[in-house]
Design a binder for this molecule. Structure first.
Ligand SMILES: Nc1nc2c(c(=O)[nH]1)N[C@H]1C(S)=C(S)[C@@H](COP(=O)(O)O)O[C@H]1N2
Ligand SMILES: [Mo]
Length: 264
């Protein structure tokens, strides 16, 4: 990567959003016996929207939502992940144009991955550890979604992503879906991991396209994991390797103190 732009060592959460409240420390939550009793605690967009009474249908309601979320405290019991809960979807007319770029570096430093030689590595607790070419991945069943991406830095945008449902991909590679985590290694220094219920969520997509065209470098070519039930930073771009594991893999921001669940 070129280094003409400084790296971010922090997510620039605006002062109007109380970061300590918005990014609830998942580890601390899980230590609380009252919360552990619920078993796996996962934060969903739907659950939060319900809690805050916000419809998340337009920019104004999302701002209200973020303000209300910032006021929530640990006593709130509504952060329960419901695997049947779907994030809101939108029409093409509602898409944000242009869709914003964000990374821990500037847009000119987005990695340029060579599609022809690219191989997606699949490792860990999977029956089939082989590498995938892009044409093989493109031949998988295709799904499209128009959903809202919410970044903790204080913006949200509606975009349209296409690709294979991640649960379908995990099925194809014979993933052990009783494992705890799925980890991602990216072409930049980014890395992320998610819990298995989120990996199997019907709206979690291994996305190869943006708005009907091949995902451009700025949005994560050759692929990104798109999860409308998670905050922006949980959605890794430029995915090079996927692995299934029971060992907590961490993530670029969680290892700097951000909430791992990163639900939105
Ligand atoms: N590989 C990689 N993925 C990443 C990031 C990054 O810096 N590198 N930034 C995250 C953050 S904070 C956001 S908001 C989104 C931005 O995605 P976009 O550029 O498509 O809007 O990517 C996420 N995934
Ligand atoms: Mo973000």
């Amino acid at each position: 990567m070129k280094s003409n732009q400084p790296r971010k060592d922090k997510l620039a959460v605006p002062a109007t959003i109380d970061r300590e409240s918005l990014l609830i420390d998942a580890r601390r939550e899980l230590k609380m016996p009252a919360r552990r009793a619920f078993g796996k605690q996962l934060i969903s967009l739907g659950g939060l929207a319900m809690l805050t009474g916000c419809g998340l249908s337009d920019n104004k309601s999302v701002e209200t939502f973020l303000r209300r979320v910032s006021r929530l405290n640990d006593s709130v019991q509504g952060w329960l992940f419901d695997p049947n809960q779907l994030a809101p979807t939108y029409t093409r007319a509602e898409m944000t144009r242009p869709f914003p770029f964000n990374a821990f570096y500037g847009i000119d430093d987005a990695p340029e991955v060579d599609g022809a030689s690219f191989r997606l590595k699949v490792n860990g607790l999977v029956a089939e550890k082989r590498a995938w070419t892009l044409p093989e991945l493109y031949a998988l069943p295709h799904a499209e979604q128009i959903t809202r991406h919410i970044c903790v830095e204080g913006w949200s945008a509606i975009g349209r992503w296409g690709g294979v449902t991640f649960s379908e991909f995990l099925k194809r590679v014979g993933a052990d879906t009783t494992a705890k985590y799925v980890g991602f290694k990216c072409a930049d220094d980014y890395y992320e991991s998610i819990d298995m219920p989120t990996a199997l969520h019907p709206q979690t997509l291994l996305a190869f396209t943006y708005d009907g065209a091949t995902l451009p470098a700025k949005y994560g070519f050759p692929m990104k994991l798109r999860m409308p039930t998670k905050l922006g930073y949980k959605n890794p771009k430029h995915v090079m390797e996927i692995f299934v594991t029971n060992t907590f893999p961490g993530g670029y921001w969680v290892d700097q103190g951000y909430n791992w669940f990163g639900g939105s």
